[in-house]
Design a protein around this ligand. Structure first.
Ligand code: C2O
Ligand code: CU
Length: 536
């Protein structure tokens, strides 16, 4: 820089000595030449930079997530590229360790629930002339809601009639690792014309959902998802009406169970109604119930202890999360479920769920400005297997970030975990029986990150450094907003190779994924171009 300026100064001193039209012409030529040279240099540097970024951020041909050949020490692993470790595994150790396919549910049980989900194209209409081509399970999106009883063995046959590979992940369910449905980690994506069977015990009651985990951003967005309801063996409460509702954006409009207008649910006054909601999108919504006070009965399928009635309180629901809302049907008028996009000042007039008879007067939309629901202070305290006073075997800080750069050869946004993006993100090694504490922090304005852990349910210990004051809260997806932090903890009680990622699937697609792994597990599956397994 300095040199260049000096040269320019020198030349401007020399210049007046020449003069004349020929000299001027030569000088202009020289300037043009120099300009073109500059442009060329600039392009070379930028092009080289882009090229290098694309090359260095590309996925390796094969990434093997197995740990059978890893050192178990997190210290050593921190700076190690997982793909390097993958190729080490490929180099000869892949036979050792516990094969992932052996981490299975029992072959049989007293009760078996069997389903077939066929991935197939469909043309969906959402009402009032709105329609779209979609990828579906059994021709609808959401796909069929699977109702099973707690403790049952669930068998799901996936048939693929689409022209690309798919899988099914059971979001929130603590399935054995081989049934987790993550392409390139627990199975190969199921190719067109092929079938695959998932088998797992429905361990915990509650509201769950399923979606493809091959190119999950694209495939879930295009409709490959549905809900799973696990009814408890012993219920503590009785519901007369029980309805599952999936929130999903089509043609940039929100829909509820694929409807842009009104969803009617019938209920008689005096009946208990449970609405189970999942947000299958990447961005948060706010929702509320009007017409009667309601209870937040469960979060991510797990009961809240001693829920208290709320009146038109806005609830925020982020990607992947679920709410179970309960209310007693009033004498008069319908109860309405309203939704609003994050950032909107008002609830939308549609879509809306109307429970019961009568018309809802939409001029009476409640305000969104009243204080939001805060799970950290809701319900009654109760003893819990995991508390802040528990002894934690390991504590990890995961800081959620954002940068502009390259992810998998694409220039643009990159979402990071401790400064790194998948597949170079750090991994967490847990041993069976350990109690693991995770500290999530979103220090910058890097967006909202609903962090989802596969195969485990975690207990929330703190929000912004403060212990929870209400009911114990058990989740599989925790939304970490800018400048928020949370501590969560879980027992390492389900051996395998598990993903921990943001459920804004765009963020996951752009690097925000890491692995929580148990030592000495081998997998024959790989992520990357060789297998065409791309879990996000
Ligand atoms: Cu609902 Cu890894 O996903
Ligand atoms: Cu995110």
């Amino acid at each position: 820089m300095k040199n260049q300026r000096e040269t320019e100064q020198q030349e401007s001193v020399i210049e007046p000595q020449v003069g004349g039209p020929v000299a001027k012409k030569q000088k202009r030529k020289k300037l043009v030449k120099r300009f073109l040279l500059g442009v060329l240099c600039f392009l070379l540097i930028v092009g080289g930079g882009i090229g290098w970024g694309m090359w260095s951020s590309r996925y390796p041909e094969r990434i093997n997530m197995g740990t059978a050949c890893h050192t178990e020490d997190m210290k050593d692993m921190k700076d190690m590229n997982m793909s390097d470790m993958g190729s080490m595994c490929q180099a000869g150790h892949s036979g050792s360790g516990t094969p992932i396919d052996t981490l299975q549910a029992p072959q049989t049980a007293a009760h078996i629930d069997t389903f077939t989900l066929t991935a197939q194209p469909a043309h969906l209409s959402f009402g009032s002339g709105n329609a779209s081509d979609a990828w579906t399970f059994n021709g609808t999106s959401p796909g069929p809601t699977l109702h099973v009883r707690q403790g049952d063995l669930v068998m799901v046959h996936l048939v693929n009639h689409l022209s690309f590979g798919v899988t099914i992940h059971w979001h929130g369910m603590t399935v054995p690792n081989s049934a987790d449905g993550v392409a390139g980690v627990t199975q190969d994506a199921v190719k067109p014309g092929q079938t695959y069977t998932y088998r797992f015990l429905a361990k915990d009651a509650g509201t769950y959902w399923y979606h493809s985990h091959q190119e999950s951003f694209e495939q879930t967005g295009h409709g490959l998802y549905g809900m799973v309801i696990v009814t408890p063996i012993i219920s503590t409460v009785h519901d007369d009406v029980d309805t599952a509702l999936a929130l999903h954006t089509w043609n940039s409009s929100p829909t509820l169970n694929g409807a842009m207008g009104t969803v009617h649910v019938s209920a008689q006054s005096g009946q208990w109604v449970r609405l189970r909601l999942v947000n299958t999108d990447n961005y948060p919504y706010h929702l509320t119930l009007v017409g009667t006070p309601f209870l937040v009965a469960a979060l991510d399928g797990h009961d809240i202890n001693g829920p208290t009635p709320l009146t038109a309180v806005p609830l925020s629901i982020d990607g992947g999360q679920r709410y179970d809302l309960r209310f007693h049907m009033p004498e008069n008028g319908p109860v309405a479920l309203l939704i609003a996009k994050d950032g909107d000042q008002q609830y939308a007039k549609a879509p809306v769920v109307l429970v019961g008879q009568g018309q809802y007067v939409s001029s009476a939309l409640p305000s969104l400005s009243q204080n939001e629901f805060n799970f950290a202070t809701y319900g009654q305290p109760r003893t819990d297997p995991i508390t802040l006073q528990s002894h934690f075997d390991m504590t990890y800080t995961i800081s959620l970030g954002f940068t502009i750069g390259f992810s998998n050869s694409r220039p643009g946004p990159v979402f990071t975990l401790n400064g790194k993006s998948f597949p170079n993100s750090p991994e967490i090694v847990v041993k069976p029986g350990q109690l693991i504490r995770l500290h999530f922090e979103n220090n910058a304005d890097s967006g909202i990150h609903p962090m989802h852990l596969h195969g485990h349910t975690f207990t929330v210990l703190t929000k912004n450094g403060r212990a929870l004051a209400g009911s114990p809260v058990h989740l599989d997806t925790i939304s970490v907003r800018p400048h928020e932090s949370y501590d969560v903890a879980f027992y390492a009680d389900n051996p395998g190779l598990w993903m921990l990622h943001c459920h804004n699937l765009f963020h996951a697609n752009h690097g925000m994924d890491m692995m929580v792994v148990y030592p000495n597990i081998s997998t024959p599956y790989t992520i990357g171009n060789a297998s065409e397994n791309f879990p996000d």
